[in-house]
Design a binder for this molecule. Sequence first.
Ligand code: ADE
Length: 239
Amino acid sequence: MTWRATVLTLFPKIFPGPLGVSLAGKALTCGLWELEARDIRSSATDKHRSVDDTPAGGGPGMVLRADILAAAIDAADVGQDRPRLLMSPRGRPLTQSLVAELAAGPGPLIVCGRFEGVDQRVIEARNLQEVSIGDYVLSGGEIAAMALIDACVRLLPGVMGKQASGVDESFSEGLLEYPQYTRPQEFEGRPIPEILISGDHAGVAAWRRAEAEALTRARRPDLWAARGGQKGTKSTTEG
Ligand code: ADE
């Protein structure tokens, strides 16, 4: 079965957006994955088609109603085998390993939150797993959903031209990516590092590895620590 993202949103027109161009867009056109954007408002029942209401207990903003969102989820009829996600800044952080897990499955149902939040009861009743794309607050879940889908789609079989480009890159080994260079040989007085034009393949690999490790140590001590530092060397040299 084709990998499919089913998105529940109040703004279905903004899809596919950036997912309709470049790598993801070509793969979408080729049928390597499917995207369905569904309007939550289609499940509204009153004549104003309202989907939100004031928070119980008071406070600012509006809350997405449990009954309307539950009806929208049920109408999407995605079955039990697909993960059900709610994009939310209080969710589990999106990482490359979660992306890989989602890409390996049938594809998620993704609810995009808006307003101050979503009624807690629908999160529980429909078993929604909250996922965050970072410690900042977006005005809605749509951009977060697009980020998640884009990261998954590029891992789908046949999407990336050169399979190798998925192996070397940032995070696949818990390391940031090494610096890249291309022509010209010299740019504003800065030459390409000698080793990269030496033809010494083992030397290139060692240089890239060392650069990736140095970058990770300097910029992402959290990632470096999570992989236990450089295996086989003393951790006292880190920092
Ligand atoms: N909705 C609003 N902010 C978000 C975030 N940081 N991640 C996921 N969904 C969001």
